[in-house]
Write a protein that binds this ligand. Structure first.
Ligand code: NDP
Length: 255
């Protein structure tokens, strides 16, 4: 692994940045002046296409296969970050999965374990590594973190999808707690809670027409786009939100 001089631009790490909301965050982040490390789990072609689009904004962008649910993947991610970028200013914990729908009494432990390992433990472990690089307590220059939660979280419930709702409830609680824990160390921690967003996650969960079917239940009458979520994320990372920490921001068309 070669060690490059540290980036002169701020560096943003986006987990699960190959497609969907994470890809929109990577593209907008590059356009707003960040160098980007984006990770993906399996779809290298999509991640490389996202990285190429982000590079068009003049950013240094690296797409890296690194499963946030696996310790080995996380270790490789942060080793590459240190070697190729030499600094970290912002983390977007975006990688997330839904797991299949189903009542609790019909859902095996394996589904819960996979969802919690990705959506909660992956986020916790990536946050820990980011804190070690950004916190003034560890000699860092501070930074910002945004966790991608969901409207189907703590207060939303999410019937027949309680594993996903419970995982996102944990993300909300972690966001509130970490915001307090890190407020005196130069790190702001916020969450964005998307509503019905038009990405491939719905097809992956076996409901390809979900956005069309449910749009009528959204007060604004439509699903949102990944780009609309990314705008909120980049605002929460930016100095424009410098006094905002511990916020859970719905981006949900009023849902
Ligand atoms: P997508 O399924 O379109 O994209 C998810 C991305 O995350 C993919 O690039 C995928 O990589 C990556 N990923 C999944 N698991 C891992 C992992 N273990 N390690 C690394 N990367 C991983 O989903 P969305 O863009 O819609 O979702 C992004 C986030 O937004 C998630 O946390 C989701 O829960 C949340 N969200 C989405 C909503 C929506 O309506 N779309 C609503 C509320 C919240 P690969 O393709 O390589 O497998």
């Amino acid at each position: 692994m070669s060690t490059s001089p540290p980036s002169t631009r701020p560096v943003l790490l986006v987990t699960g940045g190959g497609r969907g909301i994470g890809a929109a965050v990577a593209r907008l982040g590059a356009a707003q002046g960040y160098d980007i490390l984006l990770t993906y789990r399996s779809d290298a072609a999509r991640a490389e296409a996202t990285a190429a689009a982000a590079r068009a904004a003049g950013a240094t962008v690296l797409a890296l296969q690194a499963d946030v649910a696996e310790a080995e993947g996380r270790a490789r991610c942060f080793a590459e970050l240190d070697a190729r970028f030499g600094r970290l200013d912002a983390l977007v914990n975006n990688a997330g999965i839904t797991g299949p729908t189903g009542r609790l009494d019909e859902t095996p432990d394996a589904v819960w374990e996979e969802v919690l390992r990705t959506n909660v433990l992956g986020l916790v472990a990536c946050s820990r590594e980011a804190i070690r690089r950004m916190s003034t307590r560890h000699g860092g220059r501070g930074g910002a973190m945004v966790n991608i939660s969901s409207r189907a979280s703590g207060l939303g419930g999410g019937g027949e999808w309680v594993h996903y709702a419970a995982s996102k409830g944990a993300v909300d609680t972690l966001t509130l707690g970490l915001a307090k824990e890190l407020a005196g160390e130069g790190i702001r921690v916020n969450a964005v809670n998307p509503g019905l967003i038009d990405t491939e996650i719905h097809a992956t969960a076996g409901m390809p027409d979900r956005v069309t079917r449910m749009a009528g239940g959204v007060p604004m009458g439509r699903g949102g786009s990944a780009e609309e979520v990314a705008e909120a994320v980049l605002w929460l990372l930016s100095p424009a939100s410098g006094y905002v920490t511990g916020a859970l921001l719905p981006v949900s068309g009023g849902r």
